[in-house]
Write a protein that binds this ligand. Structure first.
Ligand SMILES: *[C@@H]1O[C@H](CO)[C@@H](O)[C@H](O)[C@H]1NC(C)=O
Ligand SMILES: *[C@@H]1O[C@H](CO)[C@@H](O)[C@H](O)[C@H]1NC(C)=O
Ligand SMILES: *[C@@H]1O[C@H](CO)[C@@H](O)[C@H](O)[C@H]1NC(C)=O
Length: 359
């Protein structure tokens, strides 16, 4: 009798423990499920401001993979379609600000049938990928993001030695010179159009042809917008420009490797020494567009974009260059041309940021 009672008591303990164990396991499962599957996209938007400057010359992020969620731009899985449009972001700020995102949206909307590639030189974290303006841009079906590992990216190209050199890594303007080298490398590798992230696209660039450059003013070809295709002329131009960068790279002169390099190439390529006479007729078929196409407002008048009013003489513009290098801290005022363009050309980004657009 006594022993039977004791057994029953033991059995009760066992059952209690079992129930406790089951509850514990269930609780653990639910916790694990939440920790792993909770989507970081649920939460407040992650905002990156324009005046946010990364530590300017420390580009250690270019050699860092930690936390990166982007697919690689090296290897067989990355093969941009013919006629794609490329952007490069070479700072280490780890995302895009509203102005940059607006440029990318404007390019994507103006070219619904062309692919847009945004190539980052440093890692992009999951939080940024899922909650910043990058998440908005991912809603556009023709926008793609990838990560460039510069030394890997330059492998088997004429620029592999340069990008691994100390001269390159010790540039006085590392962000800009890396961007200069990468834009030419990308056009050499894939062909297409390259645009700076402070270029606002007003209308499709497709009617302009496959090989073109544009003058910023009468003497200088700017490299903020450039097209080099995979055809015969494009290949010749790509090889020449990459070779020019390789042999004349200067770490100490700001414009030498970007606008400088393409301007020097045109001096060799074109039959005329006066840049005013450069055109497809005198430059072996390469179109050389005037400032009114891509740089309709000279940088010395950059304020015209930021103050209320309307721009004059911009009917021929395919793009506007917002001169971010000097205007990144300028307030975009209400009813300014920049604000009106953003409303119209990048509605997703403009709506996301609201009053904080451009700050
Ligand atoms: C550059 O930045 C990285 C990461 O922020 C840091 O670990 C490294 O020490 C910095 N290097 C220099 C030379 O300041
Ligand atoms: C350049 O000029 C020379 C002589 O004027 C002419 O023979 C040649 O075809 C021109 N080349 C191009 C690409 O226009
Ligand atoms: C940028 O603007 C902010 C806020 O107006 C100001 O505090 C900061 O000093 C400015 N930076 C530069 C480099 O002008």
């Amino acid at each position: 009798m006594y022993s039977l009672k004791s057994q029953k008591k033991n059995y009760c303990y066992l059952r209690k423990n079992l129930i406790f164990l089951i509850i514990f396991i269930l609780f653990s499962c639910v916790t694990i499920y939440y920790v792993n599957l909770r989507d970081v996209s649920a939460g407040p938007p992650y905002i990156m401001h324009s005046a946010h400057r990364s530590n300017v010359n420390n580009l250690s992020c270019h050699y860092d993979d930690e936390g990166d969620v982007l697919p690689w731009a090296e290897g067989p899985n990355f093969s941009p379609k013919f006629n794609s449009i490329f952007f490069h972001e070479t700072s280490c700020r780890g995302g895009l600000n509203s102005r940059q995102a607006c440029s990318i949206e404007s390019a994507a909307r103006a070219h619904p049938r062309r692919q847009i590639y945004v190539l980052f030189s440093g890692p992009i974290m999951k939080l940024v990928y899922q909650r910043s303006c990058i998440a908005k841009l991912r809603l556009l079906p023709n926008v793609h993001f990838a990560r460039v590992h510069i030394e890997e990216y330059a492998k088997n190209t004429p620029l592999d030695g340069l990008v691994a050199s100390n001269e390159f890594k010790e540039s006085k303007w590392r962000i800009e010179h890396t961007s200069d080298v990468l834009r030419y490398l990308t056009l050499y590798k894939w062909g297409g159009v390259y645009l700076d992230t402070d270029i606002m696209v007003v209308k499709s660039l497709t009617p302009l042809g496959h090989n073109w450059v544009a003058k910023e003013d009468n003497g200088l070809v700017n490299a903020a917008a450039i097209a080099i295709s995979m055809d015969h002329l494009g290949r010749r131009l790509a090889k020449t420009i990459v070779n020019e960068v390789k042999t004349t790279y200067r770490p100490d002169v700001f414009i030498h490797n970007g606008p400088g390099a393409i301007t020097r190439v045109l001096h060799h390529m074109c039959n005329k020494s006066d840049p005013n006479e450069w055109s497809a007729n005198t430059c072996q078929g390469l179109e050389v567009y005037g400032p009114e196409y891509f740089y309709p407002v000279h940088y010395t008048r950059n304020n015209d974009y930021f103050k209320p009013g309307t721009l004059r003489n911009v009917a021929n513009a395919y793009t506007h260059h917002l001169w971010n290098k000097i205007t990144y801290n300028t307030t975009i005022e209400k009813d300014s041309p920049y604000e009106k363009m953003a409303q119209q050309l990048c509605p997703l980004i403009y709506e996301m940021y609201g009053d904080e657009f451009g700050i």
